[in-house]
Each structure stands twice: as structure tokens, then as C-alpha cells.
Ligand binder design. Structure first.
Ligand code: ZN
Length: 271
């Protein structure tokens, strides 16, 4: 090869490296710009939350620790941390936020004996807070667990057949997918005690898998908890801004809840 050709190839290599760097830079700049635009869009829509009653429900608490990770992380602590951040976001936008618990405690009566009886009472009270206050949205925060150690990602669950729950679930799942980039865009339909017995749009957000070592670390990271809280908040904003569900519910809903509660005596499913 003549010296001239070698020189040309070297220059081309340098140009190529610069080009690759530029492509990466523009990719990251575009993504940062998109994230900023997305945040601005959510903020612009956030007045849709004004005077909405939203229940934020940190799963488990007290003796009921929920699931545990290898490093000792407890579901009840992660759910409370994420819920606090979520409640702050919602309240700042003007929503009336009710938290089912703000400390490390469950909601059962201290004199009630037996784990099953305590769990039932705990869940009944969480649901009652939402129904008695005629909430517009119920967000229960949980953490997932699986025997498959590589399973990961956040997932939103709603009551099978619930129209408003499904809409809220889709907006939240879509935001989680966009913000965390670790999950699909579709929520899952389930039949859980809390989603079945609440009379408003209700979702259970499983923030991630504590059984996955890498995700367990993320779930304990305040910055990641902030991302989770933001995504759930953005989903709530879009649900109210774009779906505009009626605030007034028909009075016969109360009868419906009672019926559900009577049926519930047989089975108790919860996340
Ligand atoms: Zn749970």
C-alpha cells in the first residue's frame, strides 16, 4: 500500500470515529430532549388532578413484611418509600391524597388474633378508606416476587372487566415502560381483593421483582424510586386529563360493594 493510501485510510478512521461519537451524542441529546418534553407535557396536563381524591396504598406493613429480597430488602419498606414520593407528586399537583398508612404498621386492629384474620381486616380497611371517601382513583403499590430469578420489570394490574381501572392501568403501564424501559406496554387483568372491592378506578402497581438481584438493588435506590413515582404519577395525570372519568358515581355502587364484600368471605386473593 502506498503511503498516500495509508494516510487516507487513517483520516477516514478518524472521521468515522467522530461520526460515531456524533451519532451517539445526538441520540442522547434527543432522548434527553424527549424526556424533557414529556415531563413538560405531563406538567401542562397536571391541573386535571386538582381536587381529585386519590388513595395511595403502600402494600403490607408492620408484621406483614410482604416479600423479601436476598440482601434483606423488604417489600413493605419499598412500597412505603415509593408511595411517599408518589403522594408528594400528586399533592403538589392539587390532588387530595389519602395514604392508607404512613408508618411501618398494618391496618388491622391490634387485638385481632391470627394472621389470616388480621390480613382480612387490614385489606378491608384499606378498601374502606377509598370507598368511604368516594375516591376517584386507588393506587396500591407492591413489589413482585418470582421463582424465576431473571424475571424483572414493573407491571400494572387492574380488575378484570373494570373499564376505568383498565384505562388507568394502560396509562400507568405505558408511562412505566417509557420511563423505566424495562417492561412492556400492556397492564394485566387480575382478580384481587382490593381491585375487586374498590368502587373507583383501581390499580396495583408491582414496582419490580425483588427476586431479581439487580432489580432488588434498583428498588432500594432513591433515584429509581423517584422514577417509579414519577411514572405512576404521569399515568394518573394522563388518565384524568385524557379519559376525564366522571367524579360522581351512582349511589347503587354502595350496594354493589356490599355484595362483593359478602361474596368475599369465601376467597381472599391479594398481591
Ligand atoms: Zn405485595
Amino acid at each position: 500500500m502506498s503511503p498516500v493510501i495509508i494516510k487516507t485510510i487513517r483520516i477516514r478512521k478518524r472521521y468515522l470515529a467522530a461520526l460515531v461519537a456524533l451519532v451517539f451524542l445526538s441520540f442522547y441529546l434527543t432522548r434527553a430532549q424527549n424526556d424533557r418534553a414529556e415531563r413538560q407535557a405531563v406538567t401542562a396536563m397536571s391541573q386535571a388532578l386538582a381536587s381529585r381524591v386519590i388513595v395511595v396504598d403502600p402494600g403490607h406493613g408492620g408484621a406483614d413484611t410482604g416479600v423479601a429480597g436476598k440482601s434483606g430488602a423488604l417489600e413493605k419498606e419499598i412500597t412505603l418509600a415509593v408511595s411517599r414520593l408518589l403522594a408528594d407528586n400528586l399533592a403538589q399537583a392539587g390532588a387530595m391524597v389519602l395514604m392508607t398508612r404512613e408508618t411501618d404498621s398494618d391496618l388491622s386492629n391490634p387485638v385481632t388474633a391470627g394472621l389470616t384474620a388480621k390480613k382480612r381486616e387490614d385489606l378491608e380497611r384499606r378498601v374502606a378508606i377509598a370507598n368511604d371517601n368516594r375516591a376517584d382513583l386507588y393506587i396500591s403499590v407492591h413489589v413482585n416476587n418470582s421463582p424465576a430469578a431473571d424475571r424483572s420489570g414493573a407491571r400494572v394490574y387492574y380488575q378484570r372487566g373494570a373499564v376505568q381501572g383498565g384505562k388507568a392501568g394502560r396509562h400507568m403501564q405505558s408511562e412505566l415502560a417509557q420511563v423505566l424501559k424495562n417492561t412492556g406496554s400492556q397492564p394485566a387483568a387480575v382478580d384481587y381483593y382490593i381491585t375487586r372491592n374498590t368502587s373507583m378506578a383501581a390499580v396495583v402497581v408491582e414496582a419490580g421483582y425483588i427476586s431479581n438481584e439487580a432489580e432488588e438493588k434498583l428498588l432500594l435506590d432513591p433515584a429509581y424510586q423517584g422514577k417509579l413515582a414519577w411514572a405512576i404519577y404521569a399515568g394518573a395525570v394522563k388518565y384524568f386529563a385524557l379519559e376525564n372519568p366522571p367524579v360522581q358515581r351512582p349511589p347503587e355502587n354502595d350496594k354493589l360493594i356490599q355484595t362483593f364484600k359478602e361474596q368475599e368471605q369465601k376467597t381472599l386473593k391479594e398481591p
